[in-house]
Write a protein that binds this ligand. Structure first.
Ligand SMILES: [Zn+2]
Length: 160
């Protein structure tokens, strides 16, 4: 059953008691949230909203499957979706905590030198199979763009 069919079925359900309908509720949540994936990403990454993680993963797998179809990747879309999302959620360099410069020992200041682990980017290196590396990096950049758009929308709404 496609996500749209599940959505239609869920909106027509009169009871949410059994297991099958429980899945429909997930699809419903995914569809409801898909229209604003950027704000969902933002909430999960920066506000620790763990409740939205499962609907996000459903939405993200659908989006990546669609991208894979258009770009002719085969059989790897779920792996690309999952690895990109997990990498993106905790993408800061563990050596410098994402700051780009190592901390001075026993002092609250940063070294002037750039962090050798991340070359000063503050980003963790992606670890995955070489065959999917470029695809994952491509969609991680997409996640960053979606989140940046949501952040600027938030700023606009707050009147900044
Ligand atoms: Zn670093």
């Amino acid at each position: 059953m496609s996500i749209v069919q599940r959505y239609v079925k869920a909106t027509n359900s009169s009871s949410l008691a059994d297991d099958e309908l429980h899945h429909d509720t997930e699809a419903l949540a995914a569809m409801a949230l898909a229209s604003n994936i950027g704000s969902l990403l933002f909430r999960i990454k920066y506000a620790g909203d763990q409740m939205s993680l499962k609907p996000l993963l459903i939405i993200w797998r659908i989006k990546i499957a669609d991208r894979a179809k258009h770009r002719g990747w085969s059989g790897i879309s779920e792996e690309v979706a999952d690895i990109s999302l997990w990498h993106w959620m905790e993408d800061f360099c563990p050596e410098c905590n994402g700051l780009g410069h190592p901390k001075m020992p026993k002092a609250p200041t940063l070294e002037a030198m750039t962090c050798p682990a991340c070359n000063g980017t503050g980003k963790k290196k992606l670890k995955c199979h070489a065959e999917i590396y470029d695809h994952v990096m491509d969609v991680v950049a997409w996640l960053d763009r979606l989140t940046a758009e949501a952040a600027s929308n938030f700023r606009y709404k707050l009147g900044d």
